[in-house]
Design a protein around this ligand. Structure first.
Ligand code: SAH
Length: 238
């Protein structure tokens, strides 16, 4: 015979068991709502039009890529700290850089600076061939797990100095550098396909930098355009 207390405990456990999924579903819905608002008021509002980019920004659960302490601010119009002195970029900058890459569903893209893995996930919503390199060993490990846990199993990650690109998988149709370089690393230009594009912040560390779009028209003809001003964490060297 179960005592009254045992019965009460069992009853409480059943309630918790039923209520928990309902509660987490509600927060999932709430985050979806925040993402829709983010796309409308921060991204479309500032002129991003590419539908696959807008959809990617609506789909990737940014809150799962930031540290728990930052979760409530996930969809704010600003970058956030991700530990190790690094940051996840402001959503608008992620969307702008992704749009500049002009990706199709068959583009092969390389990212330098995996960080939280968020930008890589946005790229992976658009194309299956995503490669990303991170120099901070622990961030590489954490982002690799986040990408797997969130279902972005098509992203190939590597720990190392992205200055040298990823020779075995070159050439790439697009390269995105999410840390600021004082000059454009020559190996990255070399690993770009003819007709390929690279988006990279160029300028001094911890100051305002130029967001540069490079188009490799031929081996000799490299076109460079300054898109806007940005402030990224610096590209580190091993
Ligand atoms: N794209 C990231 C944010 C990048 S923050 C995201 O979506 O969260 C910049 C990242 O570049 C940091 O994680 C930093 O450690 C990394 N980084 C800096 N120098 C690097 C280098 N030489 N090679 C690879 N990663 C580098």
């Amino acid at each position: 015979m179960k005592t009254q207390i045992e019965k009460k405990i069992i009853f409480l456990l059943i309630i918790i068991f039923i209520a928990f999924p309902l509660f987490s579903d509600k927060t999932k819905k709430e985050y979806e709502k925040q993402r829709k608002n983010m796309v409308k008021s921060q991204i479309k509002y500032r002129g991003i039009k590419d539908e696959p980019v807008l959809n990617a920004m609506r789909n990737v659960p940014r809150h799962l890529f930031v540290p728990k302490s930052q979760r409530s601010k996930s969809y704010y119009d600003r970058p956030l700290p991700i530990g190790f002195g690094q940051t996840i970029s402001q959503p608008y900058i992620v969307a702008l850089m992704t749009e500049l890459l002009c990706l199709t569903d068959s583009s092969k893209v390389l990212e330098i600076g995996t960080g939280s893995g968020y930008q890589a996930a946005v790229l992976a919503e658009i194309t299956d061939e995503v490669y990303t390199i991170e120099i901070v060993g622990k961030l590489h490990k954490i982002s690799n797990e986040t990408l797997k846990n969130t279902g972005y199993t098509n992203v190939k990650t590597k720990s190392g100095d992205g200055y040298f690109g990823w020779e075995e998988h070159a050439p790439f149709d697009a390269i995105i550098v999410t840390c600021a370089a004082e000059f454009v690393p020559p190996p990255l230009i070399k690993q770009l396909n003819i007709g390929g594009v690279m988006c990279i912040p160029v300028g001094p560390p911890f100051q305002v930098q130029n967001l540069v779009l490079i188009t490799k028209k031929s081996e000799e003809d490299i076109k460079t355009e300054v898109i806007t001003y940005v402030r990224f964490v610096p590209l580190l060297r091993d």
